[in-house]
Write a protein that binds this ligand. Structure first.
Ligand code: ADP
Ligand code: MG
Length: 430
């Protein structure tokens, strides 16, 4: 019996007997060529399907990623630009999204945050129906600014803390907070960009504020006011306060009969140039993270407060003060039942201070409102910054872009939203 192969072989042999190609032979050749091409195409398609399947099997979020890509394809992206107008609100609330980091990429996390315009953010929350169908819930937020993952610290600074520097030269108080989950970029934004373990303190908001303070000091408008500049740096850990410029010496907070709050014995260094300030920032930052077993163990549970203070000549009277605060990780407030007693107490403390902070900022927006500053150590030491018509504040909410962080990010955004709520008609451009 002849197998199909030998039959084909014999036909081939017969064809080769012709020394020219008949029309029929040419047709056969074309058909064969088409067939080969078709087979190749099918093989390619199979390979692609296989690749996709492979991707899918290795990435459970692949479907979500597809849905988010589709959504993005329909968006008209007009992100913030360097020359956009700076708003001069008393309270500014903004959000910064960092890029996916190496760890998140390795886990094949999906970027679930879109920043279509300079003040809008869309969270694509991965969800599953009871029948296991996957879908994304798109939630929209609006803030004074939303910084996407391409923005650097200089740009963030320009729209957040920079407009507040002049406030302290004009008899006002300024505060700038970095709020968000551990690992979302608070210290990167406030202290400076990291290169490995090294931090470039010149590139952080602390350093950038210092630079502009000295610029304004020499400005003809303020030069004749004879301001003295000094700086302090401390840490609030639960109810305890530690001096970051004095080997974490423990400090007491006292309130006198006139509700004046004092951090007793806090180191305050007079500074005459930016380099001095950068030295202090470096010293305090190293002090803050020293003796830690993992990079974010202790510092994520404490609030760091860096202050630049202006006084006239040798006077004791404070003329203006800029407080820059790297807040404790907000996920600590949501510690679950698994954590131990100590962690739960810490979590409750952090939660309480962040809630008190929110209320104090809201009170600043409503003139004459009751200021619940006694709600926590943090708000107590910042009391004088929440009073006075000239006080201004800026909150930078930091978010991680990955799908693993979506719950924490939504918590952060809702908190920031509540801070903004009362001032929604302040000057939000639609
Ligand atoms: P947090 O202080 O909120 O815990 P960090 O500022 O320490 O977070 O940031 C965690 C990591 O992410 C750091 O390695 C930091 O360099 C990196 N990172 C944070 N924000 C950015 C950003 N905008 N661009 C690039 N890397 C960032
Ligand atoms: Mg940090």
């Amino acid at each position: 019996p002849t197998s199909p192969d030998t039959r084909r072989g014999s036909r081939g042999k017969r064809d080769s007997q012709f020394d020219y190609k008949s029309d029929a032979a040419k047709k056969v050749e074309i058909i064969a060529k088409n067939r080969d091409e078709r087979r190749q195409k099918q093989a390619d398609e199979r390979a692609i399907r296989h690749q996709i399947l492979h991707l899918e099997q290795n990435n459970p979020y692949w479907e979500f990623s597809q849905m988010i890509d589709e959504y993005r394809a329909g968006l008209d992206f007009r992100p913030l630009r360097d020359n956009d107008a700076v708003v001069e609100n008393q309270i500014v609330v903004c959000v910064r999204k960092r890029p996916l980091n190496e760890r998140e990429n390795r886990r094949r996390e999906v970027d679930v945050m879109s920043v279509p315009t300079r003040n809008q953010l869309v969270v694509h929350e991965p969800k599953q129906k009871v029948d296991l169908t996957k879908y994304v819930e798109n939630q929209h937020f609006r803030f004074d600014y939303v910084f996407d993952d391409t923005c650097n610290n200089d740009l963030v600074y320009k729209f957040t803390a920079k407009p507040l520097v002049k406030t302290i030269f004009e008899g006002g108080m300024a505060t700038c907070f970095a709020y968000g989950q551990t690992g979302s970029g608070k210290t990167h934004t406030m202290g400076g960009e990291f290169k490995g373990k090294q931090q470039n303190f010149k590139s952080g908001i602390y350093g950038l504020v210092a630079q502009d303070v000295f610029k304004l000091l020499n400005n003809s408008k303020y030069a004749r006011m004879n301001f003295t500049v000094s700086a302090s740096f401390f840490e609030i850990y639960g109810k305890l306060v530690f001096d970051l410029l004095a080997k974490k010496q423990r400090l007491r907070v006292l309130e006198d009969g006139k509700q004046q709050v004092q951090v007793v014995g806090l180191t305050e260094r007079i500074v005459t140039k930016v380099e001095h300030v950068l030295d202090l920032i470096q010293k305090g930052s190293l002090e803050r993270t020293s003796g830690q077993t993992s990079a974010n163990s202790n510092s994520s549970r404490s609030h760091a407060v860096f202050q630049i203070i202006l006084r006239k000549g040798g006077s004791k009277q404070v003329e203006g003060k800029f407080s820059l605060i790297d807040l404790a990780g907000n996920e600590r407030g949501a510690d679950n039942g698994k954590s131990n007693r100590q962690t739960r107490i810490e979590g409750a403390d952090i939660n309480k201070s962040l809630l008190a902070l929110k209320e104090c900022i809201r009170a600043l927006g409503r003139r004459g409102a009751h200021l619940p500053f006694r709600g926590s150590k943090l708000t107590q030491v910042l009391r004088d910054s929440f009073i006075g018509e000239k006080s201004r504040t800026c909150m930078i909410a930091l978010i991680s872009p990955g799908n693993f962080s979506v719950d924490h990010s939504l918590n952060t955004l809702r908190y920031a939203d509540r801070v903004k709520e009362l001032i929604a008609n302040d000057s939000m451009e639609m």
